[in-house]
Write a protein of this length. Structure first.
Length: 360
């Protein structure tokens, strides 16, 4: 591989600053953008970004299509490289009209784009699976209680793992069944205010959380400002070996432990590991099982922290082929209360105040 291009590195530093300051992107997103640029540099022999041309664009596309990357990754890399060169042109690094026109070549064919956009159904645990996993988890020690409650709380709230590790006891109100995720105190996605009420996933799941919270407050002396899911206390045994025993009153530094707890719990119960984020697929499937009305489905979507119902439907509600088959073949054979035609009220509840509907 060619040596690093110092000129390119300086430009990447400027680009990173722009993504942070003007676009407000998270570091993980920026890292993805920079990884795509590394692919471009590898394909073009670390050619100067400012020497961008039609030939370099074609060369990059050719190399990208020959890699063994999945279609979605190829599409993402191409889009990210195109966005970078558009930024480069806007910042005045690309001077000629030919260079700016060549940016249009940084695009996959319609066929490859469709392949990259295709998303197969994602496997996830059902609510029944969560109940079995929670029932099989030990809950005698403080660590075991926390781990069991963490699995249950994720199903109860659909909160993202980054938010879960920053929650404090005061953010969960069992009287109102409310979870307050305020961006000033909770690490929410895009610093969004998210107010969630407990999803109706069963008493077993809710009780696992409420019993744990009571344990923290009544036996461990935790207060409102202490973390809901604190990090593990590290001590030394008689042989001066490090051991993990008990809970601190500190937050985890990152969500890695949450994913490990999920993996350990799923595998110990005999289930294939599913990441905490997959609980959103679980809850959308549960919503379908409950046969929600349009208004209820909209509320369910907002409970997930989504402003638009389409986000919930497109990202987390794709049916498997078997579910699609059962649903299609079952149309016309439902009980009367679920077989009524969709009303204007249903559609308005789904679309909110978009103004797409009007009565004559």
């Amino acid at each position: 591989m060619a040596e690093l291009n110092a000129k390119n590195e300086r430009i990447k530093i400027a680009y990173t600053g722009s993504l942070e300051e003007y676009d407000g992107l998270a570091q993980s997103t920026i890292d993805g953008r920079l990884a795509a640029l590394c692919r471009y540099e590898e394909a073009t022999g670390n050619a100067d970004f400012t020497s961008f041309s039609r030939e370099l664009a074609i060369s990059f596309k050719s190399v990208l299509l020959q890699t063994n990357l999945v279609s979605a990754t190829r599409l993402s890399a191409m889009n990210q490289v195109r966005a970078f060169f558009q930024w480069l042109a806007n910042e005045g690094y690309l001077k000629s009209v030919k260079q700016k026109r060549a940016i249009g070549l940084l695009r996959l064919s319609r066929k490859d784009t469709r392949a990259g956009q295709a998303s197969p159904p994602k496997s996830f645990a059902s609510i029944a699976d969560f109940k079995k996993i929670i029932a099989r988890m030990p809950h005698k020690t403080p660590i075991e209680r926390r781990n069991r409650a963490l699995i249950a709380f994720t199903a109860l709230s659909a909160a993202r793992d980054g938010a879960i590790i920053s929650l404090r006891l005061k953010h969960v109100d069992f009287d109102t069944r409310e979870i307050m995720q305020h961006p000033d105190e909770v690490d929410t996605k895009n610093s969004k205010l998210i107010v969630t009420w407990f999803f109706p996933v069963g008493e077993e799941i809710e009780n696992a959380v409420s019993e744990y919270v009571a344990y923290l407050r009544e036996e461990l002396g935790f207060s409102d400002d202490n973390p809901l899911f604190p990090k593990t206390l590290q001590t030394q045994d008689e042989s001066d070996r490090f051991v993990w025993e008990g809970l601190t009153k500190e937050h985890w530094a990152n969500a890695g432990p949450v994913r490990k707890i999920f993996k350990d719990a799923f595998m110990a119960a005999g289930f294939t590991y599913r990441s905490p984020h997959r609980v959103r697929n679980t809850l959308m499937a549960h919503a379908f099982d409950l046969g929600l009305s349009g208004k209820e489905l909209k509320a369910w979507s907002q409970n997930l922290g989504h402003e638009h119902l389409l986000t919930s439907m497109n990202c987390y509600a794709k049916l498997s082929h078997e579910e699609q088959r059962r649903t299609i073949l079952g149309i016309g054979h439902k009980p009367e209360d679920k077989n009524r035609p969709v009303t204007i009220a249903d559609l308005e509840a789904l679309l909110g105040s978009s103004g797409l509907l009007s009565r004559n």
